[in-house]
Design a protein around this ligand. Structure first.
Ligand code: PMP
Ligand code: GLU
Length: 394
């Protein structure tokens, strides 16, 4: 049976593939130090699980409106008003099966065949593939480690063509941990408004920000920007709820309406029980977020110091999210035993085979010569993993 044309160019998710490899090794009895997947290692907080039990017991187990239950849409809109001063109607919020699905909706309703979407590299693995699925053309723009992997206004301006439809921004960034300051976002926003393109802003790590760094939602940095922006967010990372599959968009009304229609045909509502859990997460006590952040912050400091101590390795300051994206160029073109380690892919696979440490190759994020380690893993795992990485490069 032949595959449809659109599937021929589709790459499977490299993060999920590396984590799959690590899981296979674990199933075969090997102890693997798994830093491959960006998934909090904490359990979902108890009060959120309790809300889900109550939803099940009280029969909230049927179809909901395709775009989500109104109390959740209201709660999301209220949270953006309180936190960012942004005014959205509850109907401008569309609740989806995770932020990944929300991104798919955003590209599908805005991108015409041949439209270009600018994606700064290093980028999270799914963006380019989701743009291609929507018939668009991902335009990868390389940023530099010296610039903290941030897209500059000049680089953005020079990447825009008459076919440019959208810019994808992810801040704090998966995979680099870098984040834009409000001023830097403002400079990008000036180009966006002048060139009349739209922005899909993936802000899923907004609550995982370290030290004195300050998060600003892209839609807030210039007047009029809200009409040009689709905000993407969700509960997966903030509340350790990756498996519940709840994400959302906040968008101009016509876009939200169209995404709701798309979703009504493609998936219907996201899981009813998960929606009640997400509602409890947003409306409940937020101290669980601070507790997890404090733990991530310790790990971030630890990982930063371990990378800095390895000869020829470096990474940018991790302002947010829970990834270290480290430069391994000095360690490529070397031999491990009889094996030549030429590329970042060879490096990550050899590290996994020989030292049982799972990371993800930079090339999967459009940045060959790097590797990504998630520090959403316990301190013990991180310590053993970095001991082994150190031994591996020695
Ligand atoms: N955006 C980014 C930047 C991510 O790292 C992830 C992680 N999976 C997602 C979106 C998707 O999140 P979700 O699990 O809610 O689909
Ligand atoms: N976003 C996470 C990561 O980058 C989860 C994997 C995925 O959704 O692809 O590891």
């Amino acid at each position: 049976m032949n595959l449809a044309q659109r599937m021929l160019a589709l790459e499977p998710s490299a993060t999920l593939a590396m984590s799959g490899k690590a899981k296979e090794m674990k199933a075969a009895g090997v102890t693997v130090y798994d830093l491959s997947l960006g998934e909090p290692d904490f359990n979902t907080p108890e009060h959120i699980c309790q809300a889900a039990f109550e939803a099940i017991k009280s029969g909230k187990t049927r179809y909901t409106p395709a775009a989500g239950i109104m109390p959740l849409r209201e709660a999301v809109a209220a949270a953006y008003k309180a936190k960012h001063g942004l005014e959205y109607k509850p109907t401008d919020v569309v609740v989806s099966n995770g932020a990944k699905h929300a991104l798919h909706n955003a590209f599908t309703v805005t991108v015409n065949p041949g439209d270009e979407v600018i994606i700064p590299a290093p980028y999270w693995v799914s963006y380019a593939e989701l743009v291609k699925l929507a018939g668009g053309v991902p335009v990868i723009v390389q940023t530099r480690q010296e610039d903290q992997f941030r897209l500059t206004a000049e680089l953005l301006r020079s990447s825009i063509t008459p076919k440019t439809k959208a810019l994808l921004l992810c801040s704090p960034s998966n995979p680099t941990g870098s984040m834009y300051t409000p001023e830097q976002l403002g400079q990008l926003a000036d180009v966006v408004l002048e060139k009349d393109i739209i922005v899909i802003a993936d802000e899923i790590y907004e609550n995982l920000v370290y030290g004195d760094n300050k998060f600003a939602s892209f839609a807030t940095v210039r007047p009029g920007l809200q009409d040009k922006t689709i905000l993407v967010n969700g509960v997966s990372k903030t509340y350790a709820m990756t498996g519940w599959r709840i994400g959302w968009t906040l968008a101009p009304s016509n876009i939200a309406k169209s995404m709701a229609a798309l979703q009504s045909q493609e998936t219907s509502n996201p899981c009813s029980v998960s929606q009640y859990a997400a509602l409890a997460a947003i409306q409940g006590d937020q101290s669980c977020v601070a507790t997890m952040l404090a733990e991530f912050s310790k790990r971030r400091d630890y990982v930063t110091s371990r990378i800095a101590a390895i000869d020829g390795m470096s990474c940018v300051e991790m302002s947010g999210a829970f990834y270290a994206f480290f430069n391994i160029q000095a360690h490529l073109g070397r031999k491990y035993g009889d094996k030549m380690v030429e590329t970042d892919s060879d490096w990550c696979l050899t590290l996994l085979e020989q030292q049982h440490v799972a990371t993800v190759m930079g090339s999967a994020f459009g940045a060959p010569g790097y590797a990504r380690a998630s520090f959403a893993a316990s301190m013990e795992t991180l310590k053993e993993a970095f001991d082994r990485i150190e031994a591996f490069v020695k």
